[in-house]
Design a protein around this ligand. Structure first.
Ligand code: GLA
Length: 723
C-alpha cells in the first residue's frame, strides 16, 4: 500500500495532522499532544499512514459515500452533522445554493501553517481556511473566509472559525456561565449523545456566556487531556460540541449571525473572527500556561512594545460614586498617594450633568457645575503627587436625556417601527454610522489632547437590543466599528492604556485585548466571590490583565464583610487597585494596606510574567502559585473559602522551581484568628525568619500550611537563596 502523505503542523504542545483530500477540504486525522510524545501519535506512524477513506467497513443503511470530518464539513451531500457553513441565495420561490461541496484549489502548508483555498463552482462560492500554530505556546489561530463569486447575493447563516475533532474519551466539558458580579463561573458537565451548545446573542461578549470552552478527559488541574477554544471576538458567538458516529466529537466555534446580518454581494467576503485553540496533555494548568504565553507575546500590544510594571490603581467609583467635588477628590488623591497608589482613576460622574446613571452619556466634556475650572486642577494635583491619571468613559452609549441625543436622536441603534429598548436608562449608539464614529473620535481625542490622561476605563454597560442599522441586524458592524474607533485612538495616542469594562467582566476576550490592556474582571470586590471569578478568568487570561481591587470592608455588592488581609490576598496576584475611600481607614488598617501594596510591588514582576498554577483541595480550599520564568522565585496564595472538617491542611507542593536550587521560604501573611493556635515550630520559623529549602523538597514535600479560619488566606513567597 502506498503511504499517505499527511499534513503535520506542530508547536511545543500540540500536533495537528490532516490528510490531503482531492475531493474536498483536508480530513482531520489528529489534534492532540505533539507527535512522538508519550501517549501520542508516533512520528513513524505518520510517515506511512493508511488513508482515512475505506478504513472502516461501511455499516448497513449508510450512503455509499460517508464523508469524513474535514476542516470544512458541509451539508447537503451526505454530511448529516453540523456543517461548518450554512447559507443560501434568495431566488424566486425559495432559496438556492444551500447544499455545498467545496473542492480544493490550492493547499499549502509548512511546519506551522496550513492554508487551503477551495471553491464550490456550482454554488458560486470561494473559501479560504487557515490554521496556524504559534510554535512556542502551541496556540493555534484559525479562521475561515467566504467569498461570493456569483451574481446574486449570498445570505450567510453560519461559518465556523474553527472545526476540530475531539478524540474519543474527551467527554467532559468545562464551560462558563455568569451574570453581573458573578462572571466566569465554571461548569463541569459530562458530554452525552446530544449536542452541547452555547449561543451568545447579546451583542457584546457577555457576562453569561464567555466565548471559551475546555473539553477533556478528566479536566484535572494537572492531569488529563484538554483542548481549549476561545473566540477572539467582542460580539456574538456560538460554541458547539457534537458527537460523531465514530466515537469522536467535533467542536465548532464562530460568530453567531442574526438573520440577514451577513449578505454578500458578488465579490464581497466574510472573514470569521479568529478562534484560538490550545491542547494540553497535562490538564488545565498547562493549557492556561499556553494561552497566557500566547496572550503575552501575540495579543497584547503595550505602549512602547513592553509592559511597564502594573501601577497600583485607586478607582473612585465606590468611594464617591457620582458625587464629584474637586477638593474632595484631591484630598482622596493625596491619601491614595500616601498609601502607595500609582494611578488615580476618575470614574463615572465627571462629565456634563452626570449626577446619576439616568442622564448625560454622550456629552463628554467636564461638568461645569462640579468642575468650574475643568479637570486640569485635579489632574495636575494627581501628577504633582507622582501618580498617573485615568478617566472613565462609556463612548458607545447615549442617554436619552443628553445634549447628544437631543441633537441626534437618529444616532441610536434602532429598528423602524420598533420600540427603543433601554438598559441602565441608556441606548446604544450606531457606531456603523461614520458620523457617530467621527463624533466619538473627536470627543475622546479632544479630551486626550486637552488633558494629561494616561488611561481610559472604557465601559459598556448594556446588551444590544434593537441592534439595527438601516433595518439590518448590526451586531457585527458594531463590533468592527468599535475596534476601528479604538485603533484610531491608539494610533493618535500611542502612550494611552485602556481598560475593558462592561459592567465588570462583560467584555473579556482576545479581540478586545488586542486594543486594551486590562479587564475590569467584575464589579464584585467581595473576596470570597472573587476567588471563583478570578479562577475562571485566569484559565484564558494572564494575571497582569486581571483588574483586581481591594474593596471596602463591607462589600457594596454582596454586603459581606471581610478583613483587609483576605481582601488583599485575593487581589494581589492580579493588577492591583483600591476601590475604597482610603481616608476612612483607621491607622492600623491603613498601615496594613500599605504593607499589602508593598507586597504587591515586590512580587508584581513575578506574578505578571510567571507561570500560573491553580488548584482546589475539596470545596473549601483554593490556591494559586506563580513561578518566575527564570525559576528564581514563586508566590503562593492559599484561600480558605469555608469551614471544613479537616484538622490539618496538607503541605502544598510548589511546582515550577528548580529542584537543584535553594530557596528562602517565607510566610508573608497568615491569619491571626483568636481561636487558632499561634504557630509554633516550623511554621513559626517560616513566619518569622523564613527557612531555606531546596527546590526538590518544595516540589515533592511542599510547604507546611497553617490552619486557616473560613474566609482567610495565607501568602507564601519563595526566593532563591544565593548565600
Ligand atoms: C459600571 C462599571 C463600574 C463603574 C460604573 C460607573 O457598572 O462596571 O465599575 O464604572 O459602571 O457607572
Amino acid at each position: 500500500m502506498q503511504a499517505t502523505r499527511l499534513i503535520h503542523l506542530s508547536g511545543a504542545t500540540v500536533s495537528l495532522v490532516l490528510e490531503p483530500n482531492t475531493d474536498g477540504a483536508p480530513v482531520w486525522r489528529y489534534f492532540g499532544a505533539p507527535a512522538g510524545s508519550d501517549g501520542s501519535l508516533s512520528v513513524s506512524g505518520l510517515a506511512d499512514a493508511w488513508p482515512a477513506a475505506g478504513a472502516q467497513p461501511l455499516p448497513p443503511t449508510m450512503l455509499e459515500n460517508d464523508p469524513p470530518l474535514t476542516l470544512l464539513p458541509t451539508h447537503g451531500l451526505g454530511w448529516f452533522n453540523q456543517p461548518a457553513l450554512a447559507g443560501s441565495r434568495a431566488a424566486d420561490g425559495g432559496d438556492l445554493d444551500w447544499a455545498h461541496d467545496f473542492r480544493p484549489d490550492d493547499v499549502q502548508w509548512d511546519e506551522h501553517t496550513l492554508r487551503v483555498e477551495l471553491s464550490d463552482d456550482v454554488a458560486g462560492l470561494g473559501m479560504t481556511v487557515v490554521y496556524s500554530v504559534e510554535p512556542e505556546s502551541g496556540v493555534v489561530s484559525a479562521w475561515a473566509e467566504l467569498d461570493n463569486r456569483a451574481d446574486t447575493p449570498f445570505r450567510l447563516d453560519w461559518l465556523a472559525a474553527a472545526c476540530v475533532p475531539l478524540a474519543p474519551g474527551m467527554d467532559r466539558v468545562l464551560g462558563f456561565s455568569g451574570k453581573w458580579t458573578l462572571e466566569f463561573q465554571e461548569n463541569r458537565e459530562t458530554l452525552g449523545v446530544a449536542t452541547w451548545r452555547r449561543d451568545n446573542r447579546r451583542g457584546r461578549t457577555s457576562h453569561d456566556s464567555f466565548p471559551g470552552v475546555i473539553a477533556g478527559s478528566t479536566l484535572g488541574d494537572d492531569d488529563g487531556t484538554a483542548l481549549g477554544a476561545h473566540l477572539g471576538w467582542s460580539g456574538n458567538h456560538t460554541i458547539l460540541i457534537e458527537p460523531l458516529a465514530d466515537g469522536r466529537r467535533q467542536l465548532q466555534i464562530g460568530e453567531w449571525l442574526a438573520p440577514g446580518e451577513v449578505v454578500l454581494a458578488r465579490g464581497e467576503r466574510y472573514r470569521t473572527p479568529t478562534a484560538y485553540l490550545a491542547f494540553s496533555a497535562r490538564g488545565l494548568n498547562a493549557l492556561s500556561a499556553s494561552f497566557h504565553q500566547f496572550v503575552r507575546q501575540h495579543v497584547l500590544a503595550w505602549p512602547g512594545g513592553r509592559m511597564a510594571p502594573r501601577p497600583v490603581h485607586l478607582n473612585t467609583w465606590e468611594a464617591v460614586y457620582c458625587k464629584h467635588d474637586p477638593d474632595d477628590l484631591m484630598s482622596l488623591a493625596t491619601s491614595a498617594a500616601e498609601v502607595g497608589v500609582e494611578r488615580f482613576v476618575l470614574d463615572d460622574g465627571w462629565f456634563h450633568r452626570r449626577d446619576s446613571d439616568r442622564a448625560a452619556l454622550g456629552d463628554w466634556w467636564p461638568d461645569a457645575r462640579k468642575y468650574p475650572h475643568g479637570l486640569a486642577p485635579l489632574i495636575e494635583h494627581v501628577r504633582t503627587l507622582g501618580m498617573q491619571f485615568g478617566l472613565w468613559v462609556e463612548p458607545e452609549m447615549v442617554s436619552p436625556d443628553s445634549d447628544l441625543y437631543r441633537a441626534h436622536p437618529d444616532w441610536a441603534m434602532h429598528l423602524e417601527g420598533r420600540p427603543l429598548v433601554t438598559g441602565r436608562h441608556q441606548l446604544v449608539l450606531d457606531l456603523a454610522n461614520r458620523d457617530v464614529e467621527d463624533y466619538l473620535f473627536d470627543a475622546l481625542d479632544t479630551l486626550l489632547r486637552g488633558h494629561s490622561i494616561d488611561y481610559l476605563k472604557w465601559d459598556m454597560n448594556r446588551d444590544l437590543a434593537t441592534a439595527g442599522h438601516r433595518g439590518r441586524a448590526a451586531y457585527r458592524r458594531q463590533t468592527d466599528a468599535c475596534y476601528r474607533l479604538l485603533a484610531r485612538l491608539r494610533a493618535a495616542h500611542p502612550a494611552l492604556e485602556i481598560e475593558s469594562c462592561a459592567s465588570g467582566g462583560g467584555r473579556a476576550d482576545y479581540g478586545m485585548l488586542a486594543h486594551m490592556h486590562r479587564v475590569w474582571t467584575s464589579d464584585s470586590n467581595d473576596a470570597l466571590t472573587r476567588i471563583g471569578i478570578q479562577r475562571g478568568f485566569l484559565r484564558f487570561f494572564p494575571p497582569e490583565v486581571m483588574g483586581a481591587h481591594i474593596g471596602p470592608a463591607v462589600s457594596h455588592t454582596t454586603g459581606r464583610r471581610h478583613d483587609m488581609a483576605f481582601r488583599a490576598a485575593v487581589a494581589v496576584p492580579g493588577h492591583l487597585g483600591l476601590e475604597m475611600d482610603v481616608r476612612m481607614l483607621d491607622p492600623d488598617e491603613r498601615a496594613e494596606l500599605v504593607r499589602w501594596i508593598g507586597l504587591f510591588k515586590t512580587w508584581r514582576d513575578v506574578a505578571h510574567s510567571g507561570t500560573l498554577r491553580q488548584g482546589e483541595a475539596g470545596a473549601s480550599l483554593a490556591w494559586l502559585q506563580i513561578a518566575a520564568p527564570d525559576r528564581s522565585a514563586a508566590l503562593i496564595a492559599i484561600y480558605r473559602r469555608r469551614e471544613d472538617t479537616d484538622r490539618y491542611i496538607a503541605p502544598m507542593p510548589v511546582k515550577g522551581l528548580d529542584p537543584m536550587r535553594r530557596y528562602r521560604v517565607q510566610i508573608l501573611h497568615m491569619p491571626t484568628a483568636p481561636h487558632y493556635a499561634k504557630p509554633s515550630g516550623l511554621l513559626a520559623t517560616l513566619a518569622e525568619r523564613g527557612l531555606v529549602l531546596s527546590g526538590a523538597t518544595l516540589g515533592d514535600l511542599g510547604v507546611p500550611v497553617p490552619p486557616l479560619p473560613p474566609e482567610s488566606a495565607v501568602v507564601i513567597g519563595c526566593t532563591e537563596a544565593l548565600d
